[in-house]
Design a protein. Structure first.
Length: 215
């Protein structure tokens, strides 16, 4: 992982721009994951950095890693307390109704032998809230900004598909495959640290988003 993928670095943490297709956790088949790049992300420290949260394999963008166990505990707490501001951009496979709003849709995990596991809307599941805003429409597809207030697995993907009725382009679980791949990008991250300056990072728009700039 080259240095140009590092968006923020200090003694406690770093934020990298994770490429699409790279899993955070090592896959069962032993293929490459973030773990294979941790040695190059030590920047003079003895320890490998540790991911504080997760991004899906095919989601690109801001991923926060801690550089020591104390910092890890504090940063994880910021996520658990809902203090972290996250901004995602997604290209949806169609155009949702309206200009924006809040999707409040609890989610639960379900699993079948045939299809494997996935997240589904379930009133008895864990609370999940996402603010969304329509940014622009290009050739019948919408660029939408999501600001999740909770951090459930696949939250934005299910909120797009089931909440807005329009899945993320290239989402093979909740939508359909696309030559562009999955069009979901963790654009920006702000993590408060009490009296210290917050961690602030923004990941550039990936090549697959050409024509869908948010500027």
């Amino acid at each position: 992982m080259h240095g140009d993928r590092v968006l923020f670095l200090d003694g406690e943490a770093l934020v990298i721009d994770k490429p699409s297709g790279l899993p955070v956790d090592p896959p069962r088949d032993g293929s490459l994951s973030l773990e294979n790049h941790l040695e190059s992300l030590k920047f003079g420290f003895q320890r490998w950095p540790v991911a504080v949260h997760r991004l899906d394999r095919d989601t690109s963008g801001c991923l926060l890693l801690s550089r020591n166990p104390k910092a890890h505990a504090r940063l994880q707490q910021a996520f658990e307390q809902g203090l972290v501001q996250k901004r995602y951009l997604a290209v949806l496979d169609g155009v949702p109704e309206g200009e924006g709003g809040i999707i409040d849709m609890a989610l639960a995990k379900t699993s079948t032998r045939e299809a494997g596991w996935r997240m589904v809307p379930d009133a008895k599941g864990k609370a999940a809230r996402s603010a969304w805003r329509l940014v622009r429409v290009v050739d019948g597809r919408a660029l939408v900004e999501f600001r999740p207030e909770t951090g459930r697995t696949h939250q934005i993907r299910v909120h797009a598909a089931s909440g807005l009725g329009v899945p993320v382009v290239g989402d093979q679980v909740y939508g359909r495959a696309d030559r562009l791949g999955m069009m979901l990008h963790a654009r920006a991250l702000t993590v408060p640290r009490g009296a210290k300056d917050p961690i602030v990072a923004e990941a550039p728009m990936p090549e697959r988003f050409a024509g869908f700039d948010d500027g």
